[in-house]
Design a protein around this ligand. Structure first.
Ligand code: MG
Length: 250
């Protein structure tokens, strides 16, 4: 069931979103050669707990950390740990925070030191594809209008858009209906209504869309070993332009 949030609920979700974005930026700021992914995790956790929120991912289905940290050909769901970030790595950080019972969810990819032009272009296209998608995140459009805009933007630039994992509704649960794919034909799926809150999150590969899950049961990598980037925000559908809930704010 797709839940429609009240004005009161949306105020709480905005606060949750702001905390989540602050945690993402705190971790992202630390991305540099020689830093361990655990240090990123600790930074995000500090921000969330200091704000009186809880890390949404910690313990979710047994996930052991506050952030997902996925480097280079890792797409999503990597574990933070002792791994040291290297010069030229691209580091995708995904984080969720729960405030007063409501979740925020956002992600971005950060470069360590000097990164290749092809890596930078991948990051830029992935981020822009989110904005292309939310041009269709408007009352009366269908979910797959967002999906199509994201997929077409990336695929026309030669990239593979991950199909096995998709965006989702967000609210009192981290993952709610509807699913929000990043590919496909327009004109399908539920119609968007004011008060719907969804996480739009393109995962984009330099190579094909195909991915594999590592034996740890979590870490998802590109099947062809190509670089992958991620960009995500939680948004709310309104009577007019969508509002990004996972935004920096006071
Ligand atoms: Mg998400």
């Amino acid at each position: 069931m797709i839940t429609i949030k009240s004005t009161h609920e949306l105020k709480i979700m905005q606060k949750a979103g702001q905390i989540t974005k602050a945690a993402l930026l705190a971790a992202g700021e630390l991305v540099a050669p020689g830093v361990t992914t655990r240090e990123l995790d600790e930074a995000a956790r500090r921000v969330i707990e200091k704000a009186g929120a809880k890390p949404s991912f910690l313990g979710y289905g047994g996930f052991p950390a506050t952030i997902c940290c996925s480097i280079n050909d890792e797409v999503i769901h990597g574990f933070p740990g002792d791994r040291k970030i290297q010069e030229g790595d691209i580091v995708s950080i995904d984080v969720g925070a729960c405030y007063d019972g409501y979740h925020g969810d956002c992600a971005a990819t950060f470069g360590a030191g000097k990164i290749s032009e092809e890596a930078q272009r991948l990051i830029d296209v992935t981020r822009q594809s989110f904005y292309e998608g939310i041009k269709f995140a408007r009352k009366g459009q269908r979910i797959s209008d967002i999906s199509h805009a994201i997929g077409a933007y990336c695929e026309s630039r030669g990239y593979g858009v991950v199909r096995d994992y998709v965006g989702h509704g967000v609210g009192t649960k981290l993952h709610e209906a509807p699913e929000v794919p990043n590919f496909g034909e327009p004109g399908h799926g539920p119609r968007l209504m004011p008060g719907m809150t969804i996480a739009v999150e393109p995962m984009v590969n330099i190579g094909t869309w195909k991915v594999k899950v590592l034996p740890d049961g979590w870490t998802v990598k590109t099947a062809d070993g190509s670089l992958s980037a991620h960009y995500e925000n939680t948004i709310v559908i309104t009577e007019g332009d969508p509002i990004i809930l996972t935004a920096v704010g006071g």
